[in-house]
Design a binder for this molecule. Structure first.
Ligand SMILES: [Zn+2]
Length: 118
């Protein structure tokens, strides 16, 4: 009887371990989606701000090119965060020419070399 109990406890632990791993992976993936959503919202905001800076520069005739460069750097950084978040969720970029699946960090298709728009 105690042997069966030990076996049952062993199996239960094993199952709990498997579920624990799966749950941890699911949490990582959902954190990746959440980070991506936050970064995409930030990206839209920064692109809007860039537009405001350009518009105000045009209307006022003042040189805000320093602000523009700084905003573009912020945008590039946010785009990198989005790429990282996409990597963590396993999102693939499909090549429009050959259909190969590429990781988000690829700028060019690993199969045919086409530039990947992300
Ligand atoms: Zn390709």
């Amino acid at each position: 009887m105690s042997q069966m109990t030990d076996k049952a406890i062993g199996i239960t632990r094993e199952v709990a371990h498997i579920f624990g791993d799966t749950a941890a992976k699911a949490v990582d993936v959902s954190k990746g989606y959440a980070r991506r959503a936050v970064s995409e919202a930030e990206l839209r905001k920064k692109i809007y701000e860039l537009g405001r800076i350009c518009y105000e520069m045009y209307c006022s005739g003042t040189d805000n090119s320093g602000l523009i460069k700084a905003k573009i750097e912020e945008i590039k950084e946010t785009e990198a965060h989005i790429r990282d978040a996409k990597e963590s969720t396993g999102v693939k970029v499909i090549c429009p020419v050959c259909g190969a699946q590429n990781t988000c960090s690829n700028t060019f298709c690993s199969k045919c070399g086409t530039h990947l728009n992300k």
